[in-house]
Write a protein that binds this ligand. Structure first.
Ligand code: FES
Ligand code: FES
Length: 159
């Protein structure tokens, strides 16, 4: 039997009647058309599907959409626009922290959660925070550099 849910995604309210088994990743991508959230492994390993749910990073491929009923979801589309990137996105661009970009939405959302909770995170703590996100292209060095730069900007410093 289908379930009614109401969620707020990137500040916009949605109501939907969905199958109870529908994954949050599929709800975001297929029902709402928010394809910025990527799906890689589909079993919780790669981190590409990471979104924020009430401020905490979650694997949307391991979360049922009905579990998000009443929640506030933030996806990569909610960070910045093509014309106005947010600081973390700008640093990813400027520090060459992406190549193919497949992992990037998950990296960004994980980093946002990390910096919100640990604004003074060291490079080692950033690496630990990213340990659940896989990138096949970059070697991670520039991703850490970009997050470090964004953290410095947030604290009012220059990069
Ligand atoms: S697609 Fe969700 S962790 Fe890989
Ligand atoms: S930039 Fe290609 S997987 Fe990370």
């Amino acid at each position: 039997m289908k379930k009614d849910i109401a969620v707020t995604v990137n500040g916009r309210e949605y109501e939907a009647r969905i199958e109870p088994r529908l994954l949050l990743s599929d709800f975001l991508r297929d029902t709402l058309g928010l394809t910025g959230t990527h799906v890689g492994c589909e079993h919780g390993v790669c981190g590409a599907c990471t979104v924020l749910c009430d401020g905490d990073s979650v694997r949307s491929c391991l979360t049922l959409a009905v579990q998000a009923d009443g929640a506030k979801i933030l996806t990569v589309e909610g960070l910045g626009s093509r014309d106005q990137l947010d600081a973390l996105q700008s640093e990813f661009r400027d520090k060459h922290a992406l190549q193919c970009g497949f992992c990037t939405p998950g990296m960004l959302m994980t980093a946002i959660d990390l910096l919100n909770k640990y604004p003074l995170a060291s490079d080692d703590e950033i690496r630990q925070g990213l340990s659940g996100n896989l990138c096949r292209c970059t070697g991670y060095q520039n991703i850490v550099a970009a997050i470090r730069a964004a953290a410095t900007l947030r604290m009012g410093g220059a990069t």
